[in-house]
Design a protein around this ligand. Sequence first.
Ligand SMILES: Nc1nc2c(ncn2[C@@H]2O[C@H](COP(=O)(O)O[C@H]3[C@@H](O)[C@H](n4cnc5c(=O)[nH]c(N)nc54)O[C@@H]3COP(=O)(O)O)[C@@H](O)[C@H]2O)c(=O)[nH]1
Length: 809
Amino acid sequence: MHLAIDPAWYGAFDDLQEAVWVVDADARSIVFANLAAGRLLGLPREQLLGAAVERFAATPQDQAFWADTRLVVADGIESLSAVLRADGELLPVMRRVTPLAMAPGLGAMLVTMVDCSEHQRAEHELERLLSELRATLDSVADGILVCGLDGRIRAFNQRLVRIWNIPQSLLLKRDDASLHAFLAGRVQDSVAYHAQLAQMQEDPRAPTRDVLQLQGGQIVERRSVPQLSHGSVTGRVFSFRDITEEAQSETALRMAAVAFEASPYAIFFTDARRMLTQVNPMFERLTGLPMAQLLGRCVESLFSPLGSDWTEQIELAWQSTGVWNGELSLTRDSEAPCAVQLAWVVLRGADGTPEQSIGFVRDLTQQHAARKRIDELAYHDVLTGLPNRLQLSQRVESALRAARPGSAGFAILELDLDRFKVINDSLGHAFGDRVLRLVAARLQICLRQIDMLCRLGGDEFVVYLHASDRATAEHVARRMLQEMQQPFALDGISFSIQVSMGISLFPQDGRLLDELIKHADTAMYRVKERGRGNFGFYQPEMNANLLARMQLEHAMRQALGRNDMQVHFQPQIDTASGAIVAAEALLRWTDDELGPISPATFIPIAEDTGYIITLGAWVLEQSVKEAARWMRGGHSLVVSVNVSALELRQPDFVERIARVLQEAQLPAQLLELELTESMLLQDAEEAAQRLQALAELGIALAIDDFGTGYSSLAYLKNLPIHKLKIDQSFVRGLPDDEGDRAIVSAIIHLGQALKLNVVAEGVETEAQRASLQTLQCSHYQGYLCSAAMAPADFAHWLSGQRPAVLEAD
Ligand SMILES: Nc1nc2c(ncn2[C@@H]2O[C@H](COP(=O)(O)O[C@H]3[C@@H](O)[C@H](n4cnc5c(=O)[nH]c(N)nc54)O[C@@H]3COP(=O)(O)O)[C@@H](O)[C@H]2O)c(=O)[nH]1
């Protein structure tokens, strides 16, 4: 039995757009088809009826499907399939096959089909567009990230993965939140990063641009634009560009520009023809020309004078090393040319031809001045401008090289200013320096141009007398002494300076400069020993004296330990009453071999070597102990102890004296210290403080040898001085020498005015004492009364004296 369809159905299905068949399941033939089915298959409906359904099966799978429809009959199926149209075209269709229960034993299937060809074409088009879009995304140089408004990631490209270095594992995870967190974690300033995102959310339509610094130094430019769909914002498209290199080279360019502008080097650029194309401010300053006048000028025209082959030199240098380096003279607008160092570098194009050049110019003016100054310093004495020892030695060396047997020799004169230290100490070092310059000028005029006057330092000068024998040297020495006899005047102060000179002759006194200087020095010391202000020639036996001085120093250092020294005491007497008022402690040394040695001989050696500190401390101790003994014996007598400059400068000087007094139980009022004027003027401020401290202890202070120094009375007035001791050189001429009398009288009056005791030293005759009494000098000291006595003799002598009365201040 065959399935027959009632034609009444036709009207019901013909209005449908879908193609509809009813298929006889057993015969697999079409028993019903609507109009849409005819249109779909390109056949009139009539030709469809009774047609085998396999005829329209387009694929082997479809053939198989229609061959066994039992399953279909059972369940029904909807699938994308294709039908073979009458014109042979394969038409994609969405087919639904549903079993129909028509009548018992009759199997039928309702087949509906919708033409999918448009839909499929659209899908294919979409796919093509999508793959094109993906290819485009992946081909752009920027990293792209497309996010929905909710932050969901819609798309990104591979470049984004590379720029951000997104790990593969994270990509596989396909977790948007993790990816966003990763991106935020990679930027250096994640706070700013999030703030920017929040801002974007607030204003979703605004395009943005910012620069992100990633961990590790990478710099990324982020741009974003809103993603629009039908005029509404649906998300945001981010693009990321790695601008690390760009930023770095931009920074480098900016730095280069700053360096160019602010460089201490004058810098210029030229074109291939060496015409200036750019200069920096330093170049303008150095040349004194504004940029407008420089640009377009040929570099060579700025430097002069140059050798004619300079251009060739440049070419050669550029060919071999690419840079020409050298010293030149730069012409300047309204100033004298200046020396410069030019480093001129060629910049070549890709083909190797010079295209530009760059020059670095350094002003050498200061360097040249410094070099000149260094030369001056190396060969000259800074204070006087005279040649120094180095120049002298070069001069003498050339004289030694030129020396031939029988040719004229030369002389070396060593000069030392006598008592220059007193000027320095009393009038200050600045004044002393000016005196040295005056002395240098005076000495210089006594010499020929061919001779050389040098300053070795301090007040020590050396003269090289070219081609000079003994007679010439003597002549020059006399001239210098004469010249120095003229008084000097500075700042309204008149003074005279003596020099002592020692002379050695080449070749007889030495063949080397050092030897000649040493011998001239020895000769000079001999002159000083003999009274200064003169000259003397070196004699070989003089060296023996130096040796003697060394032996004396050695013996002196042994003397204390051997009990070869003793402190003697010389009384100081009231001029009017003859009563003893004080005693001066004077050191005495008798050596087993050398016999008695005067303190005038060994004290200066002790001062020179620093041994005076040991000696002075011992003398003080002995003197204080002795005075304590006198006191205990009923004679409260002031003991006066000489102090050297070095001792006063000892930091613990005051404390040490206080300790000695304390140990000996001697009241400070019974101790007096004798200081010289010049000592007080060295480190005047410190000395004044020490004296004040001593005075506060109750110790009296006397100025020894008063009148021989250059004390400033204003300064002395402020010191806690109790006594002036008139130097014996002024006393010697009393009573007859008017000059001495006037000086002594002036000192006495000064003492009276300042309420000081005045002691005249070295009084040997009654006439001197009487004269002093007439002049109202309160005290005297000298052989007239007694020389200094050993302690026992003094004690014995003292016992026969009236008990002393403490001196009033
Ligand atoms: N720092 C120290 N200096 C000391 C010390 N002991 C001595 N001296 C100083 O040595 C210089 C020489 O001293 P001296 O040979 O002892 O001569 C002194 C007197 O003996 C001497 N004098 C005394 N009366 C007469 C005299 O009538 N005629 C004469 N021709 N000479 C005499 O004069 C010197 C006095 O010295 P002073 O009062 O100090 O000026 C000398 O500078 C001593 O200061 C010491 O322990 N420490």
